[in-house]
Design a protein around this ligand. Structure first.
Ligand code: HEM
Length: 407
């Protein structure tokens, strides 16, 4: 198989698609295009799953939660490193458990909360910007796009600021655990130890919140009684783990990918700078064009058919969000950014159906505040990394680091 930038250069006889391979991780888009055109339901032996690549099929899988269960997600995402034992995660639950857990987290991330957290985000962004050097190279991820969501999610969970660095390490480590196939034994040891520390820290916080009610998410979860049933300590822990994993690296990646999009589409960058009211569209369009979550998994609950291909009960399917978002039957001229698409919000970068991202509004708010403040402070943001090295993850796609000079 050739690994060039064009789907037309693949050889039909030998084409193979493995999201764990270095070639796909470097640039998955030609592979996705090939899949959409020639093999929309494609078996991936290394993951024992069927890759679903067309927009319509991805949306159908995500919309049909009775036919496609989310139950394999946590096992696949955390493997042996799950810090919350056997507790149910909202992400990996089906109704009725999903409905109960989702109601709790929805309440916690309500519009009222977003209004309250706005000034905290502005304050955090101002603080981070103050420390960024002028006309001297720095790592945008290290100094801006990673600490921002870590602080905001940490605030939300009520983490003491002295533990922010630990919190960031735990978050990065547990996310890395989702790519067990790519890890060395030393890395596994480190993740086991981080997951253990994380668990101990949060169990102590949960016990503390039971004795001393606190105005943060842990306090709210501990106090919550939904349908007369209190959450167990492990269920509260599972929610904390999920918010941490779901809220940190995704938002970091969204901001970093947005900068790369501006580099690659300078006319779009100039347009959004000159008309700030386009920032929300720019964020949506860069999420479509360069989706942080590339793919996830579902399990078929009975025999079914997708695009004419039979899928047996219990077979794992892998909707590729990053491919659906580049499907030309849905998005005109999909490989080009366009802030004026009529369907700019129809991408599936936040998922679709009952599991659609509960933090969508928070992520968009963080993006909006961050980009406005970056544009205020710097008239030029130049990426100096000669090549982009992508994170060692097959379901998350963003740069490992991003050297920039701002002026
Ligand atoms: C740009 C940033 C983000 C992206 C790209 C993103 C992406 C996603 C996606 C694709 C899903 C659906 C998963 C599925 O289909 O199984 C999801 C669900 C979820 N996200 Fe986000 N997310 C982001 C930010 C956040 C933030 C900031 C939070 C909270 C602090 C959050 C919390 C969650 C939770 C709890 C779920 C599970 C919802 C459920 O299962 O009902 N996410 N996210």
């Amino acid at each position: 198989m050739m690994s060039t930038g064009s789907a037309t250069s693949f050889d039909h006889a030998t084409f193979s698609f493995d999201p764990l391979s270095a070639a796909v991780r470097a640039n998955p888009y030609p592979y996705y295009q090939y899949l959409r055109e020639h093999s929309p339901v494609h078996f991936v032996p290394t993951l024992n799953a069927y890759a679903i690549s067309r927009y319509e099929d991805v949306r159908n899988v995500l919309s049909n939660h009775a036919q496609f269960s989310s139950d394999p997600l946590i096992r696949i995402a955390f493997g042996e490193f799950n810090p919350a034992g056997d507790a149910r995660y909202v992400l990996a639950s089906d109704p009725p458990h999903h409905t109960r857990l989702r109601a709790l987290v929805n309440k916690a991330l309500s519009n009222r909360y977003l209004t309250e957290i706005r000034s905290e985000i502005e304050h955090t962004v101002r603080g981070l910007l103050q420390d960024l050097p002028h006309q001297r190279e720095f790592d945008f991820i290290e100094q801006f796009s990673s600490p921002l969501p870590v602080k905001i999610v940490g605030e939300f969970l009520g983490i003491e600021s002295a533990r922010t660095a630990d919190f960031r390490r735990w978050s990065n480590s547990i996310t890395a655990g989702g790519n067990a196939e790519l890890l060395t034994e030393d890395q596994r040891q480190q993740i086991r130890s981080d997951a253990r520390e994380f668990r101990e820290y949060f169990l102590a916080r949960i016990a503390d919140a039971r004795n001393h009610p606190r105005p943060n998410l842990i306090g709210a979860l501990v106090a919550a009684e939904e349908q007369g049933q209190k959450l167990s300590a492990d269920e509260v822990l599972a929610m904390c783990v999920l918010l941490l994993i779901a809220g940190n690296e995704t938002t970091t990646t969204m901001l970093a990918n947005a900068l790369i999009c501006m580099r690659d589409f300078p006319a779009v960058a100039a347009e959004v700078r000159s008309d700030r009211s386009l920032i929300p569209n720019f964020i949506e369009e860069s999420l479509r064009y360069s989706s942080p979550i590339q793919l996830l998994f579902r399990r078929a609950t009975s025999d079914t058919v997708i695009a004419g291909i039979p899928i047996a009960k219990d077979q794992i399917v892998m909707p590729i969000y990053g491919s659906a978002n580049r499907d030309g039957t849905m998005f005109e001229n999909p490989d080009v950014m366009n802030l004026h698409r009529p369907d700019v919000r129809k991408h599936v970068a936040f998922g679709w159906g009952i599991h659609m991202c509960v933090g969508r509004a928070l992520a968009s708010l963080e993006g909006d505040i961050a980009l406005n403040a970056l544009f205020d402070r710097f008239s030029k943001i130049e990426i100096t990394s000669p090549t982009i090295e992508w994170v060692d993850a097959f379901y998350l796609r963003g740069p490992k680091n991003l050297r920039v000079i701002c002026s």
